[in-house]
Design a protein around this ligand. Structure first.
Ligand SMILES: Cc1cc2nc3c(=O)[nH]c(=O)nc-3n(C[C@H](O)[C@H](O)[C@H](O)COP(=O)(O)OP(=O)(O)OC[C@H]3O[C@@H](n4cnc5c(N)ncnc54)[C@H](O)[C@@H]3O)c2cc1C
Length: 600
């Protein structure tokens, strides 16, 4: 049995000192009574639901898995009532507009809620993530009738949604999509084809499921320019908007995955029984991919948050175990009495792993929350917010999901042999989080997006402004080096910024070939994430040091200093090496690829 404690203090600290909550909410919202007390209450309630209702389902849900029989998917025991409780709490619509029944709160708030609910039970919490994606798509592109018919039920969570892009031959390459939609002459379309890997494509949590499907119109040009977005309800609503006749879409099966076993990943077949599923066009014809892209930033933030969430839970579990398990004698016999063995937390190697896990988790949270603030600002029309959201989204998705994987793997290491025994519950975290580097655009695709599309924006002006912002943090750290923790941060932070500056200039140089940029992409993204994490934790450390100097003594302040120092001294020094890898050019790769033959 594993437990979870919602890290409220760390979340509130990140709101206050890293992600700039008032900026996320906007001055107008704060003036209009969006007060701190209310926000803290909300975070506290989300934490209670996570600890008391969702967390107890995590292991049992994994063991039972979602079950498929004759087109129907049944969720594991306890999931249906837990979802009902979650929905009745209004958690589905935290950041949805009030006009559609949501709470209209910042994306940053929703990010914290999502983090806690995902830590508690990722398989259940990821269903609503997809629904929130469909809400975003309808808000941005749906016509008045579609919005009126579907948004209230999707925002409340009465119905859930799926996002159906992938087909057997079309994964990363959506240009290969074959699903078709033909006009029916009455304003609707008939959609046919097969989609695979569709998260929550079928289940028994809600009566109706609203599929958002990418397909081609008959006159569509080839490639991604010929894709249109369609809404296909499982049950077609009647005149009153209630779930009506069964549509021509069936679930042909669910995948048996290494993790997330309670989250149904479905094969959906459209149009095999009645000649086509009734579908409605969302947005303009042939603009489907653009429609999907408008909500990509939030969906990719959500995937990064899954990495943060699992990392947090893995940290908590490893720390508990490291205090319980006794082996050997640590230096100075620390933690052991007489001849008794020490708790393994006292061994420098184990303690080092735990400190690195916690620091990396805090850095990932900082990056994800700062990105949420940028998205909030972008949604209010702030150009700088949009620039930052666009630049940081691929970094958040890839760096935070890799953090989840790395931290979950280290949690197994801390557990020793028990780590690979399922009953201990720690292996599940790695199994669950592994896919976050794959779906919502693989991490390789994120790195390519960063290097080829985001860095060149405004002739490198966006990334240059970010680098300057980090340098300001560095100057403040240097100026405030009164505490030993801060003194240790400045040199590696300076090196990491300098390494990122050099690698950025190298990648953006006009003489770079396309291959050189693509070979550089993944090490560059890791470098950028490392430096961003180091700078943001340093920013938090400055605030923590100031509050400690004023006489406050909350443990979260000490933790913020420790996380920043550990990240800077034990993780960030990898930055210059990553920059060297990014700038190594493509010659070794060109020579090496000759050897990638399967003949031997
Ligand atoms: C559990 C789970 C849930 C999912 N949920 C959904 C869902 O709800 N809706 C949905 O539509 N899809 C969903 N997917 C599908 C997911 O989005 C795809 O698996 C993902 O986009 C990758 O596609 P692929 O699996 O075909 O891999 P491929 O595209 O075949 O990629 C294989 C490898 O090649 C690399 N690669 C591919 N193209 C390029 C390129 N141009 N440049 C460099 N490298 C490249 C990739 O990075 C990867 O390493 C889900 C998948 C899983 C496993």
């Amino acid at each position: 049995m594993t437990t979870y404690r919602a890290p409220i203090e760390d979340i509130v600290f990140a709101f206050d000192h890293i992600a700039d909550l008032p900026r996320a909410a906007g001055a107008a919202a704060m003036d209009a009574g969006l007060d701190r007390e209310m926000l803290e209450l909300l975070i506290g309630q989300a934490g209670q639901l996570a600890e008391g209702v969702l967390a107890p389902l995590n292991q049992s849900g994994d063991a039972a898995g979602a079950r498929f029989a004759e087109g129907v998917v049944r969720m594991p025991d306890g999931f249906v009532p837990a979802y009902r409780q979650w929905r009745e709490g209004g958690w589905n619509g935290v950041s949805a507009p009030e006009a559609w029944g949501g709470s209209g709160l910042p994306v940053l708030l929703n990010a914290a809620v999502l983090e806690m609910h995902t830590s508690a039970c990722m398989a259940l919490a990821m269903g609503p993530v997809v629904t929130q994606g469909a809400v975003d798509a309808l808000l941005a592109h749906g016509d008045a009738d579609l919005c009126a018919r579907y948004l209230p039920r999707l925002v409340s969570g009465e119905w859930m949604a799926s996002m159906a892009l992938t087909e057997p031959q079309a994964g990363s390459d959506l240009a290969l999509i074959r699903c078709k939609a033909v006009p029916a002459g009455d304003g609707t379309y008939r959609l046919s084809g097969q989609k695979i890997f569709i998260t929550y494509g079928e289940h028994d949590l809600t009566d109706n499921i609203v599929h958002m499907v990418l397909a081609r119109l008959p006159d569509a040009p080839a490639g991604t320019r010929g894709l249109s977005l369609f809404l296909v309800p499982k049950l077609v609503p009647d005149g009153e908007g209630r779930p009506g006749a069964r549509n021509d879409v069936v679930c042909a099966g669910i995948e048996h995955k290494m993790g997330l076993r309670a989250s149904p990943t479905c094969t959906l077949v459209f149009g095999e029984r009645q000649g086509g599923a009734v579908a409605w066009l969302v947005g303009e014809p042939h603009r489907g991919l653009a429609c999907m892209f408008t909500m990509m930033n939030r969906a990719r933030l959500a995937t990064g948050l899954q990495g943060v969430a699992i990392a947090e839970r893995a940290c908590q579990q490893a720390l508990l175990y490291a205090w319980e398990r006794r082996q050997g004698r640590a230096p100075d016999g620390r933690g052991g009495t007489g001849e008794a063995p020490s708790p393994i937390v006292a061994h420098p190697d184990v303690g080092g792993m735990l400190l690195a896990m916690r620091a990396r988790t805090a850095a990932a949270r900082a990056i994800a929350y700062a990105t949420a603030t940028a998205i909030d600002r972008a949604e209010r029309g702030e150009a700088e917010g949009q620039d930052l959201a666009d630049l940081f989204t691929p970094v958040t998705k890839a760096f935070c999901s890799e953090t989840g994987i790395e931290v979950a793997s280290l949690a197994i290491q801390v557990h020793g042999g028990m780590g690979v025994i399922e009953e201990a519950g720690v292996a599940q975290h790695l199994r669950d989080v592994r896919v976050t580097a794959i779906y919502e655009g693989t991490n390789g695709i994120q790195a390519i997006d960063l290097v080829t599309r985001k860095l060149p924006r405004k002739e490198g002006g966006v990334v240059a402004a970010v680098l300057s912002g980090w340098e300001q943090i560095l100057s403040a750290v240097r100026a405030a080096s009164s505490r030993p923790e801060l003194t240790g941060i400045a040199p590696p932070l300076a090196e990491a910024i300098e390494a990122t500056r050099r690698a950025t200039a190298w990648v953006l140089a006009p003489e770079r070939t396309e291959t050189e940029r693509l070979v550089a992409a993944t090490p560059y993204l890791r470098l950028f994430g490392l430096t961003a994490g180091c700078a943001l934790l340093a920013k938090g450390a400055l605030a923590a040091a100031a509050r400690l100097a004023e006489g406050e003594g909350a443990p979260v302040l000490r933790r913020a200093l420790v996380n920043a120092e550990i990240f800077a001294t034990r993780l960030a020094p990898a930055a210059p090496g990553l920059a060297r890898v990014a700038m190594a050019g493509a010659d070794a790769w060109e020579r090496g690829r000759e050897s990638l033959t399967v003949e031997g």
